[in-house]
Structures are given as structure tokens and as C-alpha cells.
Design a protein around this ligand. Structure first.
Ligand code: MRU
Length: 361
């Protein structure tokens, strides 16, 4: 695909194709070389697309799961609510097992489950319609939430700033704007002229394949760097702030995000550069007291030893440790940018305050 002829990504990351009875996704494993939309109809297809990172990034995973469980619920052929719910729960538990770290997966599925519980007096077909509406609102909310995060984030920046980001917490990881990229896109619209450094993000290269792709397609000045170059660009004074996304934030502000994030945070602290986590409240898990309880996904060794290479780049049989995420200690986090404002240390108190605001208290 020729990026020069496009100034923005024109594809929906994840959408509901009601007529085809499918969740439609942009297959991110093929980017940036190929743009292919894929229709997911069965539980296995939806699960596999999430597990294989065809659809990925915490918010997009949540939306895909919500549309997915709706499509599966739609296909449950019974008018008996009890039988319907038994089958619904089975499918929900199956989808929930696709990836453990991004809390948005269980958060979205639990929201869909709550639709059934709130409407026990309704017929199966009424419940199906309410499930559709809930899934659509989860997607619409994501767009609004990311935009709000963008506004709060932009308030922390000035024209011409250098911003470093890790992995892809962009348009592709959500439904529009992204989280860490939302201030960048809003700044771009307003002529801020940011210079962005995108970490390539080993081993699955979300930074190189996705962040570099979507930001350059939007006309942002983006420079790709290897993961081990962040200290160099920071030491040179090229980075004014780090913005990253997250897969789960614990009640004390410890933050799980793509492996390597905590290294960036430690280096940023060394050079006195603020490190911001962009977090929809859907990604904040107040039931986890600290990052120690966050489940961290382990991925296959082949992602490190051979994926992307023409030939294997490590000895056969070598031991490989391949956690997909790490947990950044809250002391390294300057602020957590949510759709309700920016939480600052101490996070236990400030995050509780964010949820009070959310509840309108
Ligand atoms: O394994 P991935 O590609 O799903 O990991 C994605 C990330 O770590 C993102 O930074 C995170 O989900 C936030 S996306 C707005």
C-alpha cells in the first residue's frame, strides 16, 4: 500500500457487519504490507483473531469481544431464556480465555453479561437486540473516551514537542484516535508539529508495523527507533514526554503494558522526562491492589526466534522467555490520563477520585 497517497487510515479497526452476521476487522498481522478486512463469524474465528493479534490493543479487543459475543448470541437458536443464557455464558467464557492481560476483554464481556441480568423479564429476541445496542455503545464510547484522553493529553504538551511512544496504542488499537496517540492526532489537527519517536517493539513489531504506519499515514513527523535506542534520543534532548497505552492499571497505579514499557519508564525517569499512561477507565482495574496480581500473558518462543526473519535467528532448542507485557512501577509514572482527567501520585487516592467523578459522586 502506498502511504504517500493516503493522509489517514480509512479503515475501521473493528466493526459490526449485521447483514453478514460477522465481526469485521482489519487484519493487523498483515500490516503495513497488506490491508485486508476479515469477517469473523464463529467463536473459534473470533477467539483466534484476538489470540493471534489480528485485532489487538486493549480497547479494540474489548470492542471485538462485545461484537463477537453479540454475533454468537444472535445465533443461539432457542426461545428459552435459561438455555439461551447457559450457551451465552459458555461462549463468553471461551472468548474471555483468548488473552489474559488486557482487562478490556473481560470488562466488555461482563458489560454484555450484565445486559442479560438487567433484562431477565425480556424474551430472547429482545435480549439479543439489547446486546446489539450495548456492543454498539461500547464502540461509540471508545471513540468519545479516546478523544477526551487526547484533549487532556494535549494540555500537557506544547508545539514542536518530541514525544516517544512504545508499542501501538493508536487508532489501530482502538476505534479512532487511540489512547497514547490521541494527543498526537489532536495536535496534528491543530498544527502543533510534534516529532514522534516510535519504538519498534520487539518481538511483534507493533511500533514498526502499526504506529509508524498509522502516524506517517496521518502526516505526523514520526521516526522509527529500535527499542534499545530510547536512552540515546532522550539523552540528546529530543524527547519532552513519553505517552504510552496500557492493558491494565492496578489500583495503586502500577501499569501493565507491552513488554519494554517499564524500561522506557526507567530511562525517562533517569533523564527527568515525564512518563504518561493513557488509560480509559475501562482499562483501570480497581480490584487489583497492585501490579503483582496482574496476569501477564506468555507467548510462543517462535515470536522471538524466527518470526519476521527469513531464517531462524537463534539456536534450535534455546530457552526463550517471552512475556507479552511488563508492569511499570507506579513510582515511574508521572500521570495517568483518563477520560475524566489526569490522575497524579499518590494514585490510590487519585484513581478513586477519577471513579467518583465517573459515578457522578
Ligand atoms: O499485544 P498487543 O499488541 O495487544 O499490546 C498492545 C499494547 O500493549 C497497547 O499499548 C495497549 O493495549 C493499549 S492500546 C490503546
Amino acid at each position: 500500500m502506498d502511504l504517500s497517497v493516503k493522509n489517514r487510515i480509512e479503515y475501521e479497526t473493528v466493526s459490526l457487519n449485521e447483514a453478514e452476521g460477522a465481526v469485521e476487522i482489519l487484519d493487523q498481522t498483515l500490516l503495513p504490507g497488506k490491508v485486508r478486512m476479515v469477517r469473523l463469524r464463529t467463536a473459534r474465528e473470533i477467539w483466534e483473531a484476538i489470540y493471534q493479534l489480528r485485532v489487538r490493543g486493549a480497547p479494540a479487543i474489548g470492542v471485538a469481544a462485545a461484537f463477537g459475543i453479540y454475533i454468537l448470541a444472535r445465533g443461539i437458536d432457542t426461545e428459552d431464556c435459561r438455555i439461551f443464557y447457559e450457551e451465552f455464558r459458555k461462549q463468553k467464557d471461551y472468548l474471555n480465555s483468548a488473552r489474559p492481560t488486557a482487562v478490556n476483554l473481560s470488562w466488555a464481556l461482563d458489560r454484555m453479561d450484565a445486559v442479560y441480568k438487567k433484562n431477565t423479564g425480556c424474551s430472547v429476541s429482545e435480549i439479543k437486540e439489547k446486546l446489539r445496542q450495548e456492543a454498539v455503545s461500547i464502540k461509540e464510547e471508545d471513540i468519545r473516551v479516546c478523544r477526551k484522553i487526547g484533549e487532556y493529553g494535549l494540555g500537557l504538551l506544547k508545539p514542536g514537542d518530541g514525544i516517544l511512544t512504545h508499542c501501538n496504542a493508536g487508532y489501530l488499537a482502538a476505534c479512532r484516535y487511540g489512547t497514547a496517540t490521541a494527543p498526537i492526532y489532536l495536535g496534528q489537527e491543530r498544527g502543533y508539529g510534534f516529532r514522534v519517536f516510535a519504538d519498534e517493539t520487539r518481538p511483534l513489531l507493533q511500533g514498526a508495523r502499526l504506529t509508524a504506519y498509522e502516524l506517517s499515514a496521518a502526516g505526523v513527523d514520526v521516526t522509527l527507533i529500535c527499542d534499545n535506542m530510547s536512552a540515546t534520543v532522550m539523552k540528546k534532548g529530543w524527547v519532552n514526554a513519553v505517552f504510552v497505552g496500557c492493558d491494565r492499571v492496578a489500583a495503586n497505579g502500577d501499569t501493565a503494558n507491552k513488554i519494554g514499557t517499564s524500561v522506557v519508564a526507567a530511562v525517562a525517569a533517569r533523564y527527568g522526562i515525564p512518563f504518561y499512561v493513557c488509560a480509559p477507565t475501562a482499562t483501570i482495574d480497581m480490584s487489583m491492589p497492585s501490579g503483582e496480581s496482574i496476569p501477564v500473558e506468555q507467548r510462543p518462543a517462535e515470536e522471538v526466534t524466527e518470526m519476521w526473519y527469513k531464517e531462524r535467528m537463534a539456536p534450535e532448542g534455546i530457552k526463550v522467555f517471552n512475556p507479552a507485557f511488563d508492569v511499570t512501577d507506579n513510582e515511574l509514572v508521572t500521570g495517568i490520563i483518563t477520560e475524566y482527567g489526569i490522575a497524579e501520585p499518590p494514585f490510590r487516592e487519585s484513581l478513586e477520585e477519577i471513579f467518583r467523578i465517573k459515578k457522578g459522586l
